[in-house]
Design a protein around this ligand. Structure first.
Ligand code: ATP
Ligand code: CA
Ligand code: CA
Length: 434
């Protein structure tokens, strides 16, 4: 399901919003990235940069198709975060805004958030609630420090925090983050695991209509699955998860889950489902041929053929303005490092983590995994719970677990399901003997 999107074209209800989001990102991110790099200051974490777009434009802000206001939050912090996550600045902008193509995943959760994929499926734009937005700003410093100390963190990678506001419209807050699932591999099964069993079931009878549905904890248990990692990978994975959960506990966050996408190597890519389900296109055939496109600061929405050249130019431009790179990095620029070198521990096997046997020899699955939906503060949940309790007398319907307990339960669940096939087999035999 994750690869199934709805086209966002001019007739789409959210077209203007999507267009404005991308225009805002393009202009503000290229503006920040064009400057000389410098160390972060405390003020950078609180900073916000406001731009007003209109049809006329001015020296600072290029003209846009629509009138709207855009806010870029902590632009320097996110610039540094993108660098920590090894994103190439030019590639980032090209993926998101080289062509104005997005596909919308509707609102997959109960939260009412919208999800949009960049055209190459590398990035996800998620609209978030004001409370989540405020919370991310509040904990940004902790998050940043955590990412610096934990280059292989499993937590969602945040690349930008922004807001658009249309005339007479409401404010829309959104984040840009990593899509955990790769564009080039079919994901055969998806699980969203919280370590809870209450309400954590996806009706499997619906699975036929929706083979890419996101399954939950009870589906996982029913299938007697395990996250098949041999001794070495298991240790690395659990150690990192433990550190990540410690941060979430400290920040009083809950309701997050481990998202696991499984690629079955034996099934491989099936008759390229992607091409059939991915129905994205740009307005009027090709946004890039549109003359009313803003004459942007750095990217002039180039045609497909021009993309590579523009990206290179942009990269050079950004490079020239950078100070001379220090130390060993001087000889190699990001785009010259191959993907393998840049990939973290949990993305080393074709963007994911290859399942392994107990002796670390490879098994037949690749996992694409990470901890998602980690912007829910305990205080928010408590408020909602309180509100719901006022509406219904069913106190069991929603029951907020304090963040420490939530984290413990979550970690223990994942720890309990992480074992090689051999280990799982032994465990089964032991249970039978009892
Ligand atoms: P709720 O609060 O009701 O759980 P939400 O709107 O906050 O919903 P999420 O839990 O963040 O939404 O995500 C919903 C689904 O979207 C996930 O179960 C997953 O299928 C998909 N999804 C979310 N984030 C990612 C990601 N980074 N990569 C791939 N898929 C994702
Ligand atoms: Ca969720
Ligand atoms: Ca949520």
């Amino acid at each position: 399901r994750v690869l199934v999107g709805t086209k966002v074209d001019e007739h789409h209800a959210n077209w203007v919003t999507a267009y404005n989001m991308l225009t805002g990102i393009r202009v503000s991110v290229s503006r920040t990235n064009a400057k000389l790099d410098r160390p972060l200051t405390d003020a950078d974490f609180e900073a916000k940069q406001k731009s007003t777009f209109d049809i006329a434009g001015n020296e600072l802000v290029p003209s846009a198709k629509y009138d709207f206001k855009f806010k870029d939050y902590a632009p320097w912090v996110f610039r540094h975060l993108r660098a920590l996550f090894h994103l190439d600045p030019a590639d980032y902008l090209m993926s998101l805004t080289g062509k104005y193509i997005l596909s919308e995943l509707g609102s997959p959760g109960k939260s009412g958030s919208f999800f949009y994929f960049s055209r190459d499926y590398k990035y996800i734009i998620k609209t978030i609630h004001h409370a989540e937005h405020k919370f991310l700003r509040k904990v940004l410093k902790d998050y940043y420090e955590h990412v610096k100390d934990n280059p292989n963190t499993l937590l969602s990678q945040f690349y930008g925090l922004h807001r658009v506001k249309m005339p007479y419209g409401k404010k829309i807050h959104f984040v840009v983050m990593n899509n955990l699932f790769p564009p080039h591999r079919d994901i055969h099964t998806i699980f969203d695991l919280k370590g809870s069993t209450v309400g954590r079931n996806y009706g499997e009878e619906d699975l036929e209509n929706n083979p890419r549905a996101t399954l939950k904890d009870l589906n996982w248990l029913r299938r007697q699955r395990s996250l098949e990692l041999g001794i070495r990978k298991k240790r690395l994975f659990l150690e990192q998860l433990n550190k990540d959960v410690a941060l979430l506990r400290k920040l009083q966050i809950m309701d997050y889950s481990l998202l696991v996408g499984i690629h079955d190597l034996q099934r491989g890519n099936e008759e390229n489902l992607r091409d059939k389900t991915l129905q994205v296109f740009s307005p009027g055939g090709d946004a890039n041929q549109d003359d009313s496109e803003p004459q942007s600061v750095l990217l002039r929405t180039p045609s497909t053929l021009e993309n590579a050249r523009k990206a290179k130019e942009l990269r050079q431009m950004i490079r020239q303005e950078r100070p001379v790179p220090m130390g060993q990095t001087a000889s190699k620029m990001p785009d010259e490092l191959d993907e393998q070198n840049r990939a973290g521990v949990f993305n080393q096997d074709d963007g994911g983590l290859r399942a392994t046997h107990e002796d670390n020899s490879p098994a037949e699955e690749i996992y694409y995994l990470g901890v998602i939906d980690c912007l829910t503060h305990y205080g928010m949940v408590k408020k909602i719970e309180h509100f719901l309790k006022g509406l219904t007398s069913d106190r069991t319907q929603i029951s907020a677990l304090p963040p420490d307990e939530y984290g413990d339960r979550f970690y223990r669940f994942v720890e309990g399901i992480t074992m090689s096939r051999e280990e799982a087999e032994r465990e089964r035999q032991m249970k039978e003997q009892e």
